[in-house]
Design a binder for this molecule. Structure first.
Ligand code: B12
Length: 210
């Protein structure tokens, strides 16, 4: 069974977007759990590509192909990942902050929230503080999720939190992304931080119970 996990991870790392669905289907048919594939093949592939990108072993176009392959895999697995909670848990607006083009992690969080019963509005990447404010108002969001993957865009996250607070919007603010920490979340005045998709679901539920 672990062979499938390795094989799928390799397909993502090599950017084989045309083969990924067939291999995932094969794995699922053989009994591999969809969430296991997400965590141990898809996310793991991106984790392994990170250091290779830093050392110049792979370049941006290759990472983009891997990202695309991962998205194809995620889309296929999405309907299979559902924790059974179908009652609407609340409205979430989620996006990646200004200057930041990373969208895989955010999309994964959006997918997990959606499959846990939240109504999710994924507003995309490179979103200005005002874009977030507009979306929160438009969708009457209960929670807004901000994602940042670069140390340089953490400042945009801080500015977004500041604008949301400035406008006095009645919304809980959750933040996440590789360089973000619980401590940073507190420092910028966000209501919560979580490190991955499943914990983001728990976090949003907790924020709405308060
Ligand atoms: C894929 C990738 C890219 C792709 C993005 C494609 C896409 N469609 O998203 C491309 C090639 C475009 C890219 C570009 C760049 N990248 Co890049 N990229 C990555 C890489 C390899 C993987 C990121 C990823 O998808 N991870 C997998 C997902 C599932 O994890 P995640 O994003 O962390 O999300 C999880 C959690 O953080 C959390 N989470 C995320 N968001 C949120 C939000 C909320 C509300 C919550 C609660 C939780 C949460 O839950 C998610 C699910 O588990 C990382 C390395 C790494 N391992 O992080 C580098 C990395 C982030 N990139 C980096 C860099 C430097 C760049 C570039 C500047 C490179 C360049 N020279 O051009 C550009 C910047 C472009 C820009 N302006 O944004 C650095 C950042 C260094 C830093 N600390 O600032 C990293 C760390 C690589 C490295 N080691 O050097 N990148």
């Amino acid at each position: 069974m672990s062979n499938y996990i390795e094989e799928i991870k390799t397909l993502v790392m090599e950017g084989e977007d045309e083969e990924i669905v067939d291999k995932i289907k094969e794995a699922v048919d053989a009994g591999v759990a969809p969430l296991d594939i997400v965590s141990n093949s898809l996310i793991q592939a991106m984790n392994e590509i990170g250091p290779m990108m830093a050392t110049g072993e792979v370049f941006v176009p290759e990472v983009l192909m891997s990202a695309e392959t991962m998205q194809v895999g995620l889309e296929y697995l999405k309907p299979m990942i559902n924790d059974g909670d179908i009652e609407s848990a609340g409205v979430v607006v989620i996006g990646t902050v200004e200057g930041d083009l990373h969208d895989i992690g955010k999309n994964l969080v959006a997918m997990m929230l959606e499959s846990s019963g939240f109504e999710v509005h994924n507003i995309g990447i490179d979103q200005t503080p005002q874009d977030f404010v507009d979306a929160i108002e438009k969708y009457n969001a209960d929670v807004v999720g901000l994602s940042a993957l670069l140390t340089t865009t953490m400042i945009a996250m801080k500015e977004t939190v500041a604008l949301i607070k400035d406008k006095g919007l009645d919304v809980k603010i959750a933040v996440g992304g590789a360089p973000v920490s619980e401590e940073f979340a507190k420092e910028i005045g966000a209501d919560g931080y979580s490190e991955d998709g499943p914990s983001a679901v728990t976090l949003c539920k907790q924020l709405l119970a308060k």
